[in-house]
Ligand binder design. Structure first.
Ligand code: NAD
Length: 420
């Protein structure tokens, strides 16, 4: 089943639990607009390479389309459609006035020089400029894209639009160019606020909680830092090349600087909390099957699937990645009693602070880090309470509770606008 089919299956399931009208369900199952562009780049060698880029605009009923741009060799239209769809539901779960979109380019950015990366980003910005804008569609970083890439995008867009300075066309920008304090760690921070509520509700103690984290990029590495600071014991982490396991816990700060220096976490075996003890090298498959209390998924989609779900031993899963669990696997997790804090709630902190960035750009007035954190916490806790309420009311999983919470708000908008 493709990632998009998987997403449609979730829409089906939630719609039938809450008896969503057929018209509303059909609208939510079909993206508004699908854009594909060719981006020619003169490479350092002099050769011209043409990269394929996408932008999918799923729904703008609550406000402008909003969603990241992914650079990855496996990017494809079905994936971008699924991610755009999930963005609509994510914004709705946290009740922010934005819709859903997503973009991507088929490229392994690690094979490009900095100049080539900039040229490709500017080419992509130019190619989709007529479809995006601060009140139309606002991209952001995702896998393998960052603040620098957002700054190039905004700079090119501003030039295409005749020189008006329009940093609000993207979020996740560097602080020097209209970024928001707290945006870099927002995804992980938002996930933490929800996890903290779940831990309190279940009477669990952070100090006795062992955590395994798949993916050590923006979401995963900030999550490791935040959980470590809160007293959790992070015992394993991984990146695309594989992972490490330290029975006595990982010294997260040392692991981060080692990963930065050596490029791969598997090269960092000397980061155990116990001096002199070597961490074990493990594969990503082994990591997902480790005994632990919490498994944080912060890499890519379809990681827990029908092939490995029976071997998952975590008691709880925090989905910072988008779509990391397939629908088949989700059903098994439910039967095994493994609690899943679903992506559209768990990782919504990122888009929430992106929304704050947009508001700050529009007002041209910038908030303190404390203000960002306080507002983020308030939204995440409120959203969790609403999801928990739906989960109880409909006697269903947190994932379905989150979908129902999102659909209920979207349905109200469609009704008052006279669309359904
Ligand atoms: P990133 O590029 O910063 O990091 C991705 C990490 O995953 C890297 O460490 C990479 O090496 C690792 N990885 C890739 N393939 C892997 C594999 N097969 N096994 C293990 N690790 C693997 O990206 P990110 O921004 O941290 O995004 C990660 C996930 O979180 C994505 O699903 C993204 O859509 C989602 N997300 C990100 C944000 C955000 O604000 N950055 C917001 C919401 C959701």
């Amino acid at each position: 089943m493709s990632f998009f089919d998987n997403t449609l299956a979730l829409i089906d399931k939630a719609s039938s639990i809450m008896h969503l009208g057929a018209g509303a369900k059909s609208i939510l199952s079909n993206p508004d607009r699908i854009i594909q562009v060719s981006v020619p780049v003169k490479m350092d060698s002099g050769e011209v390479k043409v990269f394929t880029g996408f932008r999918v605009q799923h729904c703008n009923l609550p406000g402008p389309y909003k969603g990241g741009i992914r650079y990855h060799q496996d990017v494809n239209m079905e994936e971008v459609k699924a991610l755009a769809t999930l963005m609509t539901f994510k914004c709705s779960v946290v009740g922010i006035p934005l819709g859903g979109g997503k973009g991507g380019i088929i490229v392994n950015p690690k094979e490009l020089s900095k100049r080539e990366l900039e040229a490709m980003t500017r080419g992509y910005a130019e190619a989709i400029a007529q479809f995006v804008g601060p009140t139309i569609d606002v991209p952001a970083p995702d896998v393998n894209t960052d603040g620098q890439i957002m700054a190039w995008f905004a700079d090119e867009y501003s030039k295409v639009k005749g020189g008006e300075n329009l940093p609000g066309v993207v979020t996740g920008k560097p602080l020097a160019y209209g970024g928001s304090l707290g945006r870099d760690k927002a995804t992980a921070q938002g996930g933490f606020y929800v996890l903290d509520e779940v831990m309190k509700q279940k009477g669990l103690d952070a100090k006795k909680t062992r955590v395994v984290i798949q993916g050590f990029g923006n979401a995963g590495s900030h999550c490791a830092e935040i959980l470590d600071k809160a007293g959790y014991k992070v015992v394993a982490v991984s990146d695309s090349k594989g992972g490490i396991y330290c029975a006595d816990g990982i010294h997260v700060t040392n692991a981060l600087s080692c990963k930065f220096e050596k490029g791969s976490i598997q090269e960092c075996q000397d980061v155990s909390m116990t001096a002199g003890q070597k961490c074990e090298r493990i594969t990503n498959e082994q990591l997902l099957e480790l005994e632990c209390d919490i498994l944080v998924l912060s890499a890519l989609e379809n990681q827990v699937n029908s092939q490995n779900v029976n071997n998952v031993k975590a008691k709880m899963i925090l989905e910072l990645a988008n779509g990391p669990t397939t629908t088949e696997a989700d059903e098994v997790l439910k039967q095994k009693g493994i609690v899943v804090i679903p992506d559209i709630l768990a990782n919504a902190g990122g888009v929430t602070v992106s929304y704050f960035e947009l508001v700050q750009n529009q007002a041209n007035f910038y908030w303190s880090a404390e203000e960002v954190e306080t507002r983020l916490k308030e939204i995440m806790v409120k959203s969790w309470n609403r999801v928990d309420e739906m989960h109880t009311k409909f006697n269903t999983t947190y994932r379905m509770g989150a979908f129902i919470s999102a659909f209920d708000r979207l349905d109200q908008i469609m009704k008052v606008r006279g669309i359904v």
